[in-house]
Ligand binder design. Structure first.
Ligand code: FAD
Length: 625
């Protein structure tokens, strides 16, 4: 019997189903279109597409591919086929499909309908089963906090320091598992933070504790909200995080879109819902509360010293005791790094990247990427997405004298955090330093496209400027942030140079192209900002990028200084299984600031695992009780 489930069952995944743009209803259509059904029929070698039951197929990924090497731009889909829903096909039709064989990269038999839920439901489903085991996420068994309470033991008290993606997800897991969690965030809740950012952008008032880096949601809130990640879109932990974001109000299409994006306008309400859920679970959330110190006894963290603005005016701080402290402070908490160092917590310098942010008119990028299709973008309302790009250039020792003289054998220059339809924003946390990044709203409707162009730097680069030790990378960042502030002339004015002038090493004296940066720009010799090998790496790479993206070098392209906080300049070593600092018991360094993530999703995933690891260490687990 061809319908014998042992022969042909479960879910089959079909890849690389390319639908030409004239046969696709557009980027926002995420169901199975007629054009897609035709492509599915081709892969299945099934003669009549319209006879295929549409309900048997679901789109799990849709991306727009307009690369020049393609004959024509296409929407490329990945589709799951549910064999159960094909069972009613008449025998001959079934016969065709059941001959389906796996083909590398095109057709694959996947797990039997294993569905990843959001974190809360993963935990609850198992909790309700009353068997003790709460969840199994990627092989880690999690146990219910209820059992802990039933045994009459005190709930473990946990401090999570930092309300960015990593801190929020660690808090969520621990609170769902029944721990007594306090979330401490030096910045403000999104409502107040929005006003502080408004004051910065309009009146140049930098609130040092509430800004683009600090506050509810962390550095990712007033951001581009790209949810792309290099840790694997289809892995269970990424899907659990994505589905959790959907639970809190993100649109469903982030689960399907090849380049999922939220934008600040969607992140703000999402964070409010996240906060409300945590509060309903009993989490105590303290905004405007900075952890200034940790309390240590016999090599073990016993708690933290915290202060709010009133305390600081009076020189006070309060002691709070905890069983464990999760440190999710992001990579701009330089004072916190310093504090850790004063307690001999091991911090190690880490490679990162520095450079400049380039801005082009979005229309130019649309036409470079899409040619005549550019008219279909229509400020984010059209059928095709606002165009982006991603470029990289690799250098080896023999490539350039200065690059090799810098003592770093391999270097790369690449575009980073590209924000189509976005704007350049100030991410300084101190008025004497100037650094920038990019953000956007969900429609990506602004007139500009910006991206960082950054060059990798290592301890050798820090040493060349006489910076040594664990915080040498931080000092290196500060050096260029201060130089940029000086070049801009103060008041958060950003130094700029047209790309053509940067290549020719001259000041941009004629009128500058407009910039999206709201606090003003000033022509400056950006080619003198960095050591010569970094400048040369940028110059050579820009020339290479122009070959790939014809028109990238343009009088309308403006370089802005300086991009320094691409990822953490340090790593805090921790045990791979317990997530506990290798130098201080009871301290759990997580997320980007600890050197274990880069971006919203990877930080959230790291926080989630840290939550489970801490739960296990504090015996919220079946096996250990
Ligand atoms: P963070 O988000 O930095 O959160 C750390 C939190 O800890 C902060 O809220 C801070 O206030 C708090 N904190 C620090 N010290 C203390 C202390 N001592 N006491 C109490 N609280 C403290 N990533 C993407 O994936 N996609 C994007 O599109 C994107 N765009 C970005 C745009 C901008 C403008 C910026 C600045 C970053 C962007 N990023 C983006 C990077 C992303 O935001 C980070 O990778 C991510 O937020 C890191 O998460 P985290 O939880 O590790 O740290």
């Amino acid at each position: 019997d061809l319908k014998d489930e042992n022969k042909f069952e479960g879910t089959w995944r079909l890849y690389k189903l390319g639908v030409p743009i004239d046969k696709d209803p557009g980027k926002d259509f995420l169901d199975v279109s007629d054009g897609l059904l035709e492509e599915i029929a081709k892969v299945l070698e099934f003669p009549v597409a319209s006879l295929l039951p549409r309900e048997a197929f679901s789109v799990i990924r849709k991306s727009f591919d307009a690369r020049k090497k393609l004959k024509e731009p296409k929407f490329v889909h990945t589709v799951d086929m549910d064999v159960k829903k094909l069972l009613n096909l008449e025998p001959r039709t079934w016969d065709f499909i059941s001959q389906l064989e796996p083909k590398v990269g095109l057709v694959e038999h996947v797990h039997n309908g294993r569905v990843f839920g959001d974190l809360m439901s993963i935990i609850h489903v198992h909790k309700d089963s009353n068997e003790g085991v709460v969840a199994n996420v990627n092989g880690i068994d999690i146990f219910s906090g209820d059992l802990y309470q039933r045994r009459g033991t005190r709930k473990p008290k946990i401090a999570v320091v930092g309300g960015g993606p990593s801190g929020l997800f660690a808090t969520l897991v621990l609170a769902e598992l029944g721990a007594d969690v306090t979330l401490m965030e030096r910045g403000q809740a999104v409502e107040k933070r929005g006003r502080d950012i408004g004051a910065l952008v309009v009146r140049r008032i930098l609130e040092t504790e509430s800004n683009f880096c600090f506050g509810e949601g962390g550095a990712g809130t007033w951001s581009d909200g790209k949810l792309v990640t290099r840790i694997g879109r289809n892995n269970g932990s990424v899907l659990a995080v994505m589905r959790t974001l959907v639970q809190f109000g993100a649109p469903q299409n982030i689960l399907v879109d090849g380049k999922p994006h939220l934008g600040t306008d969607r992140l703000v309400p999402l964070l409010r819902n996240f906060r409300q859920h945590l509060q309903e679970l009993g989490v105590s959330i303290k905004f405007g509360t900075r952890v200034d110190d940790i309390v240590i006894e016999d090599g073990h963290v016993l708690g933290v010293m915290v202060s709010d603005s009133a305390d600081r005016l009076q020189g006070n701080s309060q002691k709070m005791e905890y069983d464990a402290v999760i440190l999710a402070v992001g990579h701009s908490a330089r004072d916190t790094y310093q504090m850790l160092l004063s307690h001999n917590v091991v911090l190690e310098p880490k490679d990162f990247a520095v450079g400049l942010r380039i801005e082009h008119p979005q229309e130019l990028i649309n036409s470079i990427q899409y040619s005549e299709l550019a008219s279909e973008v229509r400020s984010g309302r059209g059928r095709v997405p606002v165009a982006d790009y991603k470029v990289a250039n690799y250098f080896h020792e023999e490539d350039a004298r200065d690059l090799s003289n810098s003592g770093v054998a391999k270097r790369s220059c690449y575009s980073f955090c590209m924000c189509p339809g976005g704007q350049v924003v100030l991410t300084s946390t101190n008025p004497s330093e100037l650094c920038i990044n990019g953000m956007s709203f969900s429609r990506r409707a602004s007139r500009w496209a910006n991206a960082a162009l950054v060059v990798t730097v290592t301890a050798k680069d820090f040493e060349a400027l006489n910076y040594y030790g664990p915080l040498s990378g931080v000092e290196f960042q500060k050096e260029f942030e201060q130089r940029a502030a000086m070049m801009g002339g103060g008041n958060f004015t950003v130094p700029v140079q047209t790309v053509t002038d940067f290549l020719e090493r001259k000041l941009s004296v004629t009128s500058l192209p407009p910039s999206s940066y709201r606090l003003g720009v000033k022509a400056a010799n950006l080619h003198q900002l960095f050591p010569v090998h970094i400048t040369e790496a940028l110059q050579q790479s820009i020339v290479a990028f122009d070959k790939e993206l014809l028109g990238f070098i343009s009088k309308e392209a403006l370089l802005h200084g300086v991009e320094t906080r691409t990822s953490s300049p340090i790593q805090i070593p921790r045990d791979a299984e317990t997530y506990e600092s290798t130098s201080l018991k009871g301290l759990y360094p997580v997320g980007e600031g600890a050197g274990y993530a880069g971006g919203i999703i990877s930080a959230a995933v790291d926080g989630m695992y840290a939550g489970f690891a801490v739960a296990k260490n504090l015996s919220l687990f079946h096996g250990d009780i």
